[in-house]
Structure formats: C-alpha cells, structure tokens
Design a protein around this ligand. Structure first.
Ligand code: HEM
Length: 157
C-alpha cells in the first residue's frame, strides 16, 4: 500500500505546482501583461514568463497523469468512469487531457505561431482572449480539485 501512498503524494504535489502555476499566471501575470502599454514589450514579457512555465506545466502534467493512472490501475477504479456520481474522476481526466493537448500538440504545432502573429497584429483582442481562456481553465481546474478531494475522502455526490 506504500506505493499508492507515494503515488498519491506525488499526484498531489504535481497538482499543487501545476494548478498553482496556472492560478499565478491567470491572476497575476496576465493582468500585469495587460497593463503593459507597449505592445512589443507586452509580447516579449509574456513570452519569457509563459515559455518557462510551459516546461514546468509539461513536467507536472506527465507526473499527475502517470500517478493518476497508476492509482486507477492498481486499485482497479475503472468502473468509476461508468458512474456520474464519480464526475470528478471524469473531470480529472478531462483537465489533464485539455492541458496535454494544449502543451504537447497545439502549442508546438500551431498555437505559438498563431500567438506571435496575432499578438503583433491585434494585441488587445489577443490578450483578452488569452486571459479569458486561462480563466476558464483555472475555474474548471479548481472545481476539479474541490470534487477530487471531497470525493476521494468519502463525500458522495
Ligand atoms: C490522467 C488524469 C488523472 C487521473 C487518472 C487521476 C486519478 C486519480 C485517482 C485514482 C485519485 C485517487 C482517488 C481516490 O482515492 O479515490 C486521484 C486523486 C486526486 N486527484 Fe487525480 N487524476 C488525474 C488528474 C488530476 C488532475 C488534472 C487534477 C487536478 C486538477 C487531479 C487532482 C486530484 C486530487 C486533488 C486528488 C485528491 C487527493 C487526495 O485528497 O488524497 N487529478 N486522482
């Protein structure tokens, strides 16, 4: 059972670093970027910060996914995915899948180029859209954490 306890601890550490980072970028960095007047400076400031954070987010996404699937496999929790009362299990996989697609597929393939082009041509609307998407992701992530902690400690929905 020690292996599950360790996997669970690593799972939670991954979630704290990852979702904490999303929260910091969404509530502190992006509003600061918005207040930067010079569009060129805005683009390079955001690039520097988000670029570093993206690597942290990639590493923690892998850690959270690996430990999450490990616990699910060892405890054979797959049946939970057939029940809506375990919506928080679906939510965890959904949040993980969204970030995995964004960070490993969309960003390197086209999102980065899209961002560079639009941030120069339409800086205001582009940053407004980026902020909105980050806020949506943050809200979904926090609801998932609430559901996962309450659900895995016995609360039934
Ligand atoms: C591939 C994706 C994921 C899988 C398969 C997964 C699986 C699991 C499993 C099996 C548990 C233990 C449930 C129990 O004890 O009954 C758990 C706990 C938890 N997960 Fe995930 N998870 C994933 C992603 C995420 C994500 C993205 C988040 C955050 C947004 C998250 C947050 C949590 C939290 C907060 C707990 C509760 C830990 C505790 O209080 O002990 N998980 N997860």
């Amino acid at each position: 059972m020690d292996d599950i306890a360790i996997a669970r601890a690593l799972h939670v550490v991954g979630v704290v670093v990852w979702i904490g980072g999303v929260s910091f970028v969404t509530t502190i960095v992006l509003p600061a970027v918005r207040r930067t007047k010079d569009p060129q400076e805005r683009v390079s400031f955001f690039e520097r910060i988000e670029g570093k954070f993206a690597w942290q987010a990639r590493a923690t996404t892998v850690l959270v996914g690996a430990t999450g699937f490990y616990i699910t496999a060892v405890w054979d929790l797959w049946g939970r995915f057939n029940s809506v009362s375990f919506w928080w299990m679906h939510a965890m996989v959904l949040v993980w899948a969204l970030f995995t697609v964004m960070l490993f597929i969309a960003e390197p393939l086209f999102l980065h180029r899209w961002y560079l082009r639009n941030a120069k041509e339409r800086p205001n609307s582009t940053f407004r859209l980026i902020e909105k998407l980050h806020r949506i992701l943050l809200v979904i992530s926090i609801l998932t954490v609430l559901g996962a902690v309450a659900g895995s400690h016995g609360m039934s929905f």
